[in-house]
Ligand binder design. Structure first.
Ligand code: NCD
Ligand code: ZN
Length: 352
């Protein structure tokens, strides 16, 4: 199925997309953000960085139940669960996860690299046996690809992790399927392009639409802060080039990561950008700016499913090129949530 080029791309019909990297949180916050994703995506790889983290199959399945209980009436949405790797993950957990039929990967957070990663892995050698079992089971490793070493410049942490940790790990486990999540640099694009089979990457809307200047436009902009942090214009250009290239190793993963306004607008504001309210619409903008709307269906609705060995969705959505104004904030439990593009316009909207 390809994009229907109706009337100078005023509308765009595509296979219902999937989000291959998403934070849904829990409780009331989960209830507040889940409808946005359900309105756009058929499935999502759901991150396990709750507090406490979902370090076992049992915990991930409990979270799956809580997500399903909060689904809007009539929503056809399938959460694809992940388990949080620690130094002490038991290789037998891979078998439990695999047998559950609901777990689609294990998430590697280098300890200290990002939000709620304190329980992550301190030394990759410690999970070699788990990774061996994952290779055998065909289970995907999702990687937050940044070194947690505070001595490394924050803008260099992705490249350093790739060169010093990820490349050797991929060599030690030549059959392990790996998704380098939310890539942000030209170096990451090069790594994936040159990598052995079985290695792919997701790209967020913010890294396609913004560069690091957006963090300091007229003053400090906490709602543009996420990890990995926004990079240079040249990095952004490399990401756009990869996303629109039709190379099936690059696919959609929003990393939509909601935080309460007061946790973002603070002396030490936390990392995470919320984009689920306009996710596919923002990708459409990025692809349109590159003159490559025709490449959106592959990136958004095909390559991720193919990589995970899941069927492509059969339902469709239609996007219409009709600007709308994003609210200043959305309700978020007892707090509120400032979305990407708050108070500004998005060029595309969901028509059905
Ligand atoms: C994520 C979060 O808030 O959970 N934050 C972010 O900036 N992306 C964690 C993550 O994916 O790094
Ligand atoms: Zn994330």
């Amino acid at each position: 199925m390809s994009a229907a080029p109706a009337s100078a791309a005023r509308t765009l019909r595509l296979r219902r997309p999937d989000d291959w990297h998403l934070h849904l949180r829990d409780g009331e916050q989960l209830g507040a953000v889940l409808p946005f994703t359900c309105a756009r995506f058929a499935r999502a790889i759901v991150m396990p960085n709750l507090q406490p983290p979902l370090t076992t199959t049992e915990l991930a399945l409990g979270y799956h139940r809580r997500i399903c209980e909060r689904l809007p009436a009539g929503a056809a949405f399938e959460p694809l669960m992940t388990v949080y790797l620690t130094d002490r993950t038991d290789p037998a957990e891979v078998d439990h996860a695999h047998e559950s039929g609901r777990i689609f990967g294990f998430k590697l957070y280098p300890a200290g690299a990002t939000t709620h990663s304190e329980a992550g892995v301190t030394d990759l050698r410690r999970i070699d046996r788990v990774l061996e079992r994952m290779s055998e089971a065909g289970m995907v490793l999702q990687v937050h690809g940044e070194t947690a070493d505070p001595a490394v410049d924050v803008f260099e942490r992705e490249a350093r992790f790739i060169d010093e940790a990820l490349a050797p790990l991929a060599q030690r486990h030549p059959r392990l399927r790996i998704v380098v999540e939310h890539i942000t640099t030209r170096r990451a694009v090069q790594f994936v392009r040159a990598a052995r089979p079985g290695i792919a990457a997701t790209i967020t809307p913010q890294h396609l639409l913004l560069d690091r200047n957006a963090l300091f436009a007229g003053g400090i902009r906490p709602h543009h802060f996420c990890l990995p942090v926004l990079k240079t214009a040249a990095d952004r250009a490399a990401l756009i080039e990869a996303a629109v290239s039709g190379d099936a190793r690059f696919f959609l993963g929003t990393d939509s990561a909601p935080h309460a306004r007061r946790a973002k607008e603070a002396a030490c504001g936390c990392a995470g950008i919320f984009s689920a309210h306009a996710a596919i619409e923002l990708y459409a903008e990025a692809f349109e700016s590159a003159g490559r709307l025709d490449a959106l269906p592959g990136f958004a609705s095909q390559f991720g499913a193919d990589f995970y060995g899941l069927p492509r969705n059969s339902a469709e959505i239609t996007l219409r090129r009709e600007p709308w104004q994003v609210p200043d904030a959305y309700p978020f439990g007892a707090d509120e949530l400032v979305p990407l593009r708050a108070g500004q316009t998005v060029a595309w909207r969901i028509a059905s």
